[in-house]
Design a protein around this ligand. Structure first.
Ligand code: NDP
Length: 322
């Protein structure tokens, strides 16, 4: 089969579209013919070696497609079922051998591209808004990169919980999208001091929670945006990792909380995975949650997709099509 493979860590140029051996599913696995692959920021961390993987590897953690064969010990899925997944490695490929326990059947009315776009970023927004800090009416939340893949979904979910939402973005076009998603206030953090803006908008009180996926360039000021006993949810590092940090800062700035969560721990059991994926797919199906597919690119153009994502050129989800 054809796949994108990385043989050495580096820039987007190390993503090579080439012939690779077909995957061989185990007894508890199914063979999925990939129809749409979700691009995620973590794919760039794997490519650069920030999160090292054994070389060579096929990147990607998310896709949707059709079941082609089922292993002897599988219980639920059948050949022909349409499925989606996140957290299964090597998705930048025409076929993937995936554990049945990681797969979710797509409901009628949710097409395969939508399924591929919804899983990883949708379940992330779900656990951030409903698990890590369960938002409620009256809460104020600051969401960085509010027009990104996770950002646009998290803004919508935070508003559905009744929170007042401040979103940071870098351009006018992203400001419009974040506002359309429901953000109450938009801060252009590349031009404005977002800490000063948050203080002004909250009459000096600060927010209950900051969802920060940008990290290096935002971390310090994100802490300063919190009210006493507020929570900083550091869930990514699009601008680079945070340097070593003295926990005494949390005391000095008002008994603050800091957490560094990851989706894997919030979909740790099959029940939790089905509950989060089920909510997200149902909300998408009913129109309650709007997915924005920014663009689709052919799988051989994976390097171009990585350049766009790292260059802050994307607004919502990018899909790769084999
Ligand atoms: P996004 O679509 O949000 O893309 C990243 C965005 O970050 C950019 O569009 C840009 O928005 C902003 N950004 C700010 N500074 C930089 C910079 N220096 N370089 C690049 N981008 C920058 O990506 P995803 O939705 O895929 O992921 C968002 C973040 O969430 C990532 O950090 C990812 O690792 C993390 N994540 C974490 C998960 C978890 O469970 N912990 C799961 C899923 C994602 P703007 O131009 O508006 O500044």
């Amino acid at each position: 089969m054809k796949a994108v493979r990385v043989s050495r860590a580096g820039g987007p140029e190390v993503l090579h579209y080439e012939e690779v051996p077909d995957p061989q599913p185990g007894a508890d696995e199914v063979l999925v013919k990939t129809e749409a692959i979700g691009l995620n920021y973590i794919d760039t961390y794997h490519r650069t070696g920030l999160y090292p993987l054994d070389l060579p590897f096929i990147p990607g953690l998310e896709a949707a497609g059709t079941v082609k064969t089922v292993g002897a010990d599988t219980e639920v899925l059948q050949v022909g079922d349409r499925v989606a997944y996140s957290g299964v490695p090597a998705s930048y490929a025409e076929y993937v051998a995936a554990p049945e326990a990681q797969l979710v059947k797509l409901p009628e009315g949710v097409d395969t591209q939508t399924g591929a776009a919804a899983m990883l970023q949708g379940m992330t927004a779900h656990y951030l808004a409903h698990g890590t800090y369960p938002l409620k009416r009256g809460d104020t939340a600051l969401i960085h990169a509010a027009a990104g893949g996770v950002g646009l979904l998290l803004v919508q979910m935070a508003k559905a919980c009744g929170a007042r939402v401040f979103g940071t973005v870098s351009t006018d076009e992203k400001a419009r999208l974040a506002r359309d998603a429901g953000a109450d206030e938009i801060i252009r953090y590349t031009e404005q001091d977002f800490e000063a803006e948050v203080k002004r908008l909250t009459h000096g009180r600060g927010v209950h929670v900051v969802y920060d996926s940008v990290a290096r360039t935002t971390f310090e000021k994100s802490l300063n945006c919190l009210r006493p006993r507020g929570l900083l949810v550091l869930f990514g590092q699009s601008s680079g990792p945070v340097p070593p940090f003295d926990p005494g800062v949390l005391n000095a700035r008002g008994s603050l909380y800091l957490t560094r969560p990851t989706l894997k721990d919030y979909t740790a059991t099959r029940d939790e995975l089905l509950q989060r994926a089920g909510d997200v797919l149902e909300w998408v199906q009913s129109g309650q949650l709007k997915l924005r597919i920014d663009r689709t690119l052919p799988l051989p153009a994976a390097a171009e997709a990585h350049r766009l994502l790292e260059g802050r050129q994307t607004k919502g989800k990018v899909l790769l099509i084999p």
